[in-house]
Write a protein that binds this ligand. Structure first.
Ligand code: ADP
Ligand code: MG
Length: 142
């Protein structure tokens, strides 16, 4: 299995609940290393640029408002199969469908306020990592 990098975001709802540590613990206990972190508070326009792929969807404006409602923690995770492994640890988008024990099953309130973001492919991971981080901000553990 290839060593990959993926982007994770702890969303405003989960930052507000003070569960940053619990979420990062799950990544580390499952073999992922945090190689860069950035806490920031996006404007609605910046959230819109990050989620541009969803522009035109009925939930897009609400999603931009939610993602700019408070601080987020963006981080880069590195490890074997990182993209898929992170998605497994996150659980399904809708917490009602999220696997027991997943981050969203334990911390998400709704299909919108669902605690975490994770890149859905290696190509999108590279684009999303570059949105938040410069190469010099990342510190590989390989
Ligand atoms: P994921 O975050 O699991 O990759 P998507 O990429 O489909 O899910 O959607 C991006 C984000 O948009 C979701 O995490 C969620 O916050 C929000 N979202 C998705 N679908 C809906 C919906 N039907 N209603 C409200 N918000 C949604
Ligand atoms: Mg997605």
């Amino acid at each position: 299995m290839a060593i990959e990098r993926t982007l994770s975001i702890i969303k405003p709802d989960a930052v507000g609940k003070n569960v940053i540590g619990d979420i990062i613990r799950r990544f580390e206990e499952n073999g992922l290393s945090v190689i860069g972190t950035r806490m920031t508070h996006l404007s609605a326009a910046e959230a819109g640029r990050f989620y541009a792929v969803h522009e035109g969807r009925p939930f897009y404006n609400d999603l931009c408002a939610f993602m700019s409602s408070g601080p987020i923690l963006a981080m880069v995770l590195e490890g074997k199969n990182a993209v898929k492994l992170n998605r497994q640890l996150m659980g399904a988008t809708n917490p009602k469908e999220a696997e027991a024990g997943s981050i969203r099953a334990d911390h998400a309130d709704s299909i919108e306020a669902n605690a975490v973001h994770g890149s859905d492919s290696l190509d999108n991971a590279a684009i999303e990592i570059a949105f938040f981080f410069a190469d010099l901000d990342l510190h590989s553990r390989r």
